[in-house]
Design a binder for this molecule. Structure first.
Ligand code: NAG
Ligand code: NAG
Length: 305
């Protein structure tokens, strides 16, 4: 029930609800495992709070302030204009990022704020929490496509739930963006459609453990193309193009008509769960590389003084 409410909200604020809590929390827990000691000490200090909030709470914060900080909504995505998936997926970030901002300009902006040690602690804390969220968002393919407002307007989709709660009928009101935010990830981890915060954190921590083991077994990076050129948008644009291309190669490969006609918890899930898993894994690794680079850059500035 709660999820249905969530999905409805996504229609009201198109394109701005990101990987569900599970995805964002997993990205944060995974990133934490890859941080250098230097980065852990910097970010533990920046994120310090009296509420018992951990890194995964930091990574979900940006979704909770979209009402109180409405100007931050456009920071969660980029809506390229020339998209015509599945035939054409294309991003030209300089023209596709409007004046009010997009995910690329926002990550660049918040990176420079965290790097400015003369900014106030709260500025740098909020900036860190934006970065932890937005690098995750960028890896959700539908955050890098303009088509139907990131898939939010492809509605009325069918997703049959697993027994025992599931019945042999399609769950209510569902759009493609919500399928990619949470349905695929929850099904791939064998989880119900919605979870309370404690269970969501536990599930995310387990997923991060599994992904970390896989990455260690693959010899570290596993070809995720970490990139940490903090002073340019090159890395961020590269990640955006990858996500955008996944919309043509996977998300909409079957075409709109097919997607509207089929139960997406079956063949569509089988064809796409690996994309979700690998995007979450990459996002965790890349976020860590980014945070490590920020910490290294700040230490270097201090030692150069
Ligand atoms: C950078 O972040 C600050 C603080 O949230 C915000 O006021 C400003 O509009 C942002 N600038 C850009 C270009 O996104
Ligand atoms: C930081 O975020 C909090 C909400 O969590 C908000 O109340 C505060 O104004 C923000 N501060 C800055 C400097 O952006």
């Amino acid at each position: 029930m709660r999820f249905e409410v969530f999905a409805t909200l996504a229609l009201v604020v198109p394109g701005t609800i990101a990987w569900g809590g599970l995805g964002h929390r997993t990205v944060a827990y995974l990133a934490k495992k890859h941080l250098t000691d230097e980065a852990v000490s910097l970010f533990d200090q920046i994120l310090k709070n009296d509420f018992g909030y951990d890194y995964s709470d930091a990574a979900t914060w940006a979704d909770t302030v979209k009402r109180s900080m409405p100007w931050s909504s456009p920071f969660h995505y980029i809506n390229p204009e020339k998209d015509n998936p599945p035939e054409t997926c294309e991003v030209t970030w300089s023209s596709d990022c409007p004046k009010k901002g997009c995910v690329v300009s926002a990550i660049a902006n918040y990176t420079s704020i965290v790097l400015s040690t003369n900014q106030s602690p709260i500025q740098r804390k909020n900036a860190t929490m934006f970065i932890m969220h937005l690098i995750g968002d960028l890896h959700q393919p539908l955050h890098a496509i303009g088509w139907k407002t990131g898939g939010n307007e492809l509605e009325g989709l069918c997703w049959k739930r697993l027994p025992p709660s599931g019945r042999d009928r399609c769950a209510g009101d569902l759009n493609l963006h919500a399928v990619w935010d949470a349905r695929l990830a929850h099904r791939l981890r064998g989880l119900p459609v919605s979870l309370d915060t404690a269970l969501e954190k536990q599930a995310a921590a387990q997923w991060a453990d599994d992904l970390f083991s896989q990455q260690q077994a693959a010899g570290g990076a596993g070809g995720a193309g970490e990139c940490a050129e903090l002073g340019t948008t090159d890395c961020i644009v590269g990640w955006t193009k990858e996500s955008n291309a996944l919309v043509c190669s996977h998300v909409l490969k079957r075409g709109e008509r097919w997607i509207l006609k089929n139960d997406l918890s079956e063949e569509y899930f089988e064809e796409n769960w690996e994309v979700v898993e690998s995007q979450i894994a990459k996002a965790g690794l890349r976020l860590a590389a980014w945070m490590n680079a920020i910490a290294a850059s700040i230490s270097k500035m201090h030692s150069d003084l």
